[in-house]
Design a protein around this ligand. Structure first.
Ligand code: SAT
Ligand code: MN
Length: 591
């Protein structure tokens, strides 16, 4: 049995667990303490029950595979709801449902749902222990996979109970996989109760309630009320050969390379430069007493996309997943090692696909699911920032908004002020990826990469971004990037991956006032001489195309942005009107 020194001490928690048990009727209740002994025991149970499959322990010590139900492989945005008393509080971008009816419906589904199962009580802290940023959550789940993943993704166990003490303020997450029937699957957020009820899915973003549900949707709502920001951003530190470190936060939609950028290994021409990872997915940002914006990564692990991860695209991620990692829906070799598309070498013979069947290379189907994932503790990352656990966080000098766009948006562009930067973020578009169910490859507007994750009215969210500026005496500069622009033949104009270091360096040099830029009608872009191209084979024409602003494309883009803002009701925000008019006038002048 686990040591449970103060599990019963918190009355609010004990009462809530009792209520949930009364409803769901689990056979057993296990309070997770986060100990090594508990990890061993739960892992053994997971193997015995087929939830995890042990991989080759000589090749990948401490690594396991989970195969999900094939109908449950990505976030289900159409089944994700914000439940506020007033529909307008959820706003134009969220699915909304009334709280009381939704609770009643889910109570119906959950009645007796954990019969014959164990309920795991998973207390966790988001953010470094003893940090003013940090918040406690407790997830009740009947999924052992979820309990084991939460152990990696958060500071889980006794430390959370200790921090909570006898306080009543914690996120209440109730999760049951039920029977994994998509007809009885819903992910419901109750911001006014600091609660999330998720039913019918075991997939990461639907089921690890600490992540998108609490650290983004609920936290963004809390952030507005409390004057801070919860953002879908990686955080990295860029250290120069002289030892000067600059911190950057960057928002990209899911599966656009956030993890790769956060762990970037600079190319040989950048000798002495180092990237340190603070976080790869979520940032909590506060205005510090010095008027700067400070950030922490609330998470403790990485839930990264496996396909496309290789020693070329992300050598540090490859090292991160060498041990103590849970893989989900990847392929397995005959030797019991993992494989996925884009891993950098051909599939070995005898590969077992993500569904557990012998893979036929001629089937035309991928061996690993396109949204297959790895869950690894951040301490596995060889380039983890020494500041990753700093309770104060790190001061942010630049914010990047990025999307996946085949045309129009230049490689990099700087906003002349905060307000233009907010416009960059709010008008972001990206082609969709496999991280969410639905069609892949169509452009959708994704403001600040928060479209699926903003827990309240998007227009109020834009206002909150504008308002925060008044407290920032020393605001970060804001940039927009696009690694994915293509030429007329459909070839990528920019090599991407580690070469993105060149763009990061321009950004740092801009922040420090050390390098030039060219003013265009849309924003500031680097001239050829502003970007370090040593050791890179790229023609002047290619770089010109990658950084160019095409007036016709931008006239159309501005029309689309305006239309999108109208649809949201964001056209009434005068900041945005001014931006669009300024850009149109400048485009007209430029001919
Ligand atoms: O939402 S997840 O964390 O499962 C993955 C993503 O879409 O970023
Ligand atoms: Mn994400």
């Amino acid at each position: 049995m686990t040591k449970q020194s103060n599990r019963g001490k918190n009355r609010a928690l004990a009462q809530w667990v009792a209520e949930a048990a009364q409803l769901t009727k689990p056979d057993r209740i296990v309070w997770c303490d986060g100990s090594e002994e508990e990890k061993r025991r739960l892992t053994q149970e997971a193997i015995a029950s087929g939830v995890l499959i042990a991989l080759n322990q000589a090749k990948r010590p401490g690594c396991y595979l989970h195969r999900s139900n094939p109908n449950d492989v990505a976030r289900s945005e159409h089944l994700t709801f914000i439940c506020t008393p007033d529909k307008d509080d959820a706003g134009p971008t969220n699915n909304w449902a009334p709280p009381e009816e939704t609770y009643a419906k889910l109570r119906g589904w959950l009645a007796g749902a954990m019969r014959g199962r164990t309920m795991y009580v998973v207390p966790y802290v988001m953010g470094p222990l003893k940090s003013p940023f940090s918040k406690v959550g407790v997830e009740l789940t009947d999924s052992l996979y979820v309990a084991l993943n939460m152990r990696i993704m958060t500071r889980m166990g006794q430390a959370a109970l200790d921090l909570l003490g006898d306080g009543g303020e914690f996120n209440r997450g109730l999760h049951s996989i039920l029977d994994l029937d998509p007809e009885r699957r819903l992910i419901c957020h109750f911001p006014q109760d600091n609660a999330v009820w998720s039913v019918g899915s075991g997939y990461g973003g639907n089921a690890l309630l600490s992540k998108k549900c609490f650290a983004l949707r609920i936290a963004s709502y809390l952030g507005r009320a409390e004057g801070w920001l919860a953002e879908h951003m990686l955080i990295l530190g860029l250290e120069s050969p002289q030892g000067e470190t600059t911190y950057i936060a960057a928002a990209f939609p899911s599966a656009c390379g956030k993890t790769n950028l956060a762990m970037l290994l600079p190319p040989p021409a950048f000798k002495g430069w180092k990237v340190h990872t603070v976080g790869d997915d979520i940032a909590w940002l506060r205005v510090g007493p010095d008027g700067r914006l400070w950030a922490v990564n609330p998470e403790y692990g990485f839930f990264g996309v496996a396909p496309g991860t290789s020693t070329r695209s992300n050598p540090n991620a490859m090292k991160t997943v060498e041990h103590d990692t849970i893989f989900t829906n990847v392929a397995v070799t005959a030797e019991g090692d993992v494989w996925w598309e884009g891993m950098g070498f051909d599939p070995p013979k005898g590969l077992i696909d993500w569904r557990g069947q012998l893979w036929d290379p001629n089937s035309g189907k991928p061996a690993a699911h396109p949204n297959s994932r790895f869950t690894a503790p951040m301490t596995n990352n060889p380039v983890l920032s020494p500041k990753a656990e700093d309770p104060q966080g790190v001061p942010i000098s630049a914010i990047i908004f990025g999307g996946r766009r085949a045309s129009t948006v230049p490689l990099v562009m700087e906003a002349s002020d905060w307000s233009q930067g907010v416009f960059f973020g709010a008008s972001m578009g990206s082609e969709t990826t496999a991280a969410a169910t639905g069609q892949v490859g169509v452009v959708r507007r994704d403001p600040m990469a928060m479209l699926p994750f903003c827990g309240y009215n998007m227009v109020k969210y834009f206002e909150h971004w504008h308002q925060i500026a008044s407290r920032l005496r020393n605001p970060p500069r804001i940039f927009q990037v696009n690694w994915f622009r293509k030429d007329r033949e459909g070839a990528f104009l920019w090599p991407g991956y580690s070469e993105n270091m060149r763009v990061l360096k321009w950004i740092v040099d801009r922040v420090k006032g050390r390098v030039g830029a060219e003013q265009t009608p849309i924003g500031l872009v680097p001239r050829k001489e502003d970007i370090n191209l040593d050791g890179l084979e790229i023609s002047a024409e290619q770089l010109r195309q990658a950084t160019s602003i095409d007036p016709d494309e931008w006239r159309a883009e501005l029309d689309q942005i305006e239309e999108y803002f109208k649809k949201l009701g964001a056209d009434r925000l005068s900041d945005f009107q001014v931006r669009i008019e300024k850009a149109r006038t400048a485009l007209a002048k430029s001919g």
